[in-house]
Design a protein around this ligand. Structure first.
Ligand code: HEC
Length: 194
């Protein structure tokens, strides 16, 4: 063994009286204020949290459910306040505006006279989704699965009501539309005994 190696080993032994070893100094600084403050803050937080969670029974799920219930209540009132009848029956100015909407948007699929193209005829007596004001309004606002796009976001309820008011003024026709029939006419009942 080389004597130098042995003396190096001795030099590396920790000296209890030294304030630093291996070049790392250990000082006796006081704990920084920010550290103590954050430590105390965690304790305060824990107390508040326990009061909220255990004593008052708060849960994030409960808060979520309460918020959903509140939002649903607002949506329900909004739905209830929607007009269920067309406010523009026979209103000439509104019908003129509805005619423009129909020509710009609906005519492409339903034909300008609404006898049907890609979309079904809207002047025949056959309705797949019903033809009360509320049903027609829902069809146009929300769309239908067979290829009728929703128009609520683009047109808004006012323009949709006006387009529907215009639709009422179009001459009725029993001729089936060019597109797929919206609803097969009921078969003529055979008189009994024939
Ligand atoms: C992109 C083509 C297209 C456009 C544009 C379009 N429709 Fe339609 N519409 C359809 C199709 C296709 C159907 C059939 C949907 C089905 O059977 O599910 C339909 C169905 C309907 C129905 C229901 C008919 C029934 O028998 O119940 C109404 C009412 C209607 N459209 C009104 C309108 C109005 C009003 C507009 C203009 C705001 C419009 N549509 C624009 C394609 C269109």
């Amino acid at each position: 063994m080389k004597p130098t190696a042995a003396s190096e080993e001795i030099a590396e032994r920790p000296d209890p009286s030294a304030s630093h070893n291996d070049g790392i100094a250990e000082e006796d600084n006081s704990i920084p204020v920010w550290f103590n403050a954050s430590f105390l803050a965690t304790i305060v937080f824990a107390v508040v949290y326990v009061i909220y969670y255990v004593v008052m029974g708060w849960t994030s799920r409960g808060q979520y459910e309460a918020e959903v219930a509140a939002a649903e209540a607002i949506a329900a009132t909004a739905r209830a306040n929607l007009p269920t009848t067309n406010p523009y029956h026979g209103d000439a100015a509104a019908i003129a505006e509805g005619q423009q909407v129909f020509a710009q948007i609906c005519a492409a699929c339903h034909k300008p006279d609404a006898t049907g193209l890609v979309g079904p005829s809207l002047v025949d007596p056959y309705w797949k989704y019903g033809h009360t004001d509320a049903e027609l309004f829902q069809t146009v606002m929300e769309g239908r699965p067979g290829g009728m796009p929703p128009w609520g976001a683009q047109l808004g309820s006012e323009k949709v009501w006006r387009a529907l008011a215009y639709l009422e003024t179009l001459p009725k026709s029993d001729a089936p539309g060019v597109g797929a029939p919206d609803f097969a006419p009921a078969p003529t009942p055979t008189p009994p005994g024939s």
